[in-house]
Write a protein of this length. Structure first.
Length: 247
């Protein structure tokens, strides 16, 4: 049996005296898409922030077979763990191409030299970014900014890509396009940990899912099973959800 690329055990996070995450167990298999769904305030962003080292946490996280030793975010990124945050955090006054090249900064420091090859792959995946390569990132549409955030992350050649609410603020047609792109990333071999409020879209492309409620894992299982789970349907999917369907 293949070892998980990420194994989180008994993870807890507190803000002062308030515990935001309670004893989370989670794993991501190589080349898989794992999603964490749940309502606002459930702790989804806190979970990603703790895994990548932006927040102090109790418990254990093993990435690529190595236990977390409290290493800084930069070292985790250099090892292949990359987070695309909810706010995208692009450099608006810089060009699209310069934003992409910044995504390869850690690899540059490590001596890698294949930036042109990786950049070409990113442009092939996101043709609109090629068209706008000299345009300032701040002038892009919401969907284009999300594509740029994904492309910048891919420039780092991630082994684990963590996505925080990639559909946030996007029109339904753009949401479908973004989720098709995320699903296609599976073919590149990268593992994906996807945090989403759009439960239907996330479960349709994921292999496995976790439902996070008030800081605890309330349900988990294969994504196709969660799609048909009565509790998930009632709380997160509704009866229609046609706008969220990834067809």
């Amino acid at each position: 049996m293949t070892a998980p690329i990420l194994l989180v055990s008994d993870l807890s996070v507190s803000y002062g005296k308030v515990e935001a995450l309670h004893h989370i167990d989670l794993q991501v298999a190589p080349g898989s898409i794992v999603t964490v769904i749940g309502p606002n305030g459930a702790g989804k962003t806190t979970l990603l922030s703790a895994i990548i080292g932006l927040l102090p946490a109790r418990g254990a996280a093993v990435f690529l077979g190595e236990p977390d030793d409290g290493s800084p975010v930069e070292r985790r990124v250099a090892r292949g763990m990359i987070l695309v945050p909810e706010r995208r955090e692009l450099f608006g006054a810089m060009s699209v191409e310069d934003n992409l090249l910044l995504g390869a900064f850690c690899r540059l420091r490590a001596g890698d030299t294949d930036f042109d090859e990786v950049l070409e792959r990113v442009y092939s995946m996101f043709p609109r970014l090629r068209e706008r390569r000299g345009q300032e990132a701040g002038t892009l549409s919401g969907g284009e900014r999300q594509m740029l955030a994904l492309g910048r992350a891919l420039m780092g050649k991630p082994k684990l890509l963590m996505l925080d609410e990639p559909s946030l603020g996007l029109a339904p047609l753009i949401v479908r396009e973004i989720f098709h792109i995320i699903a296609d990333l599976r073919k590149t071999g990268v593992a994906i940990l996807l945090v989403e409020q759009n439960a239907r879209a996330a479960l349709q492309i994921a292999d496995y899912g976790y439902v996070l409620e008030t800081g605890e894992i309330a349900l988990e299982g294969p994504a196709k099973d969660l799609l048909h789970n009565p509790r998930v349907i009632e709380s997160y999917l509704g009866l229609s959800g046609s706008a969220a369907t990834i067809a």
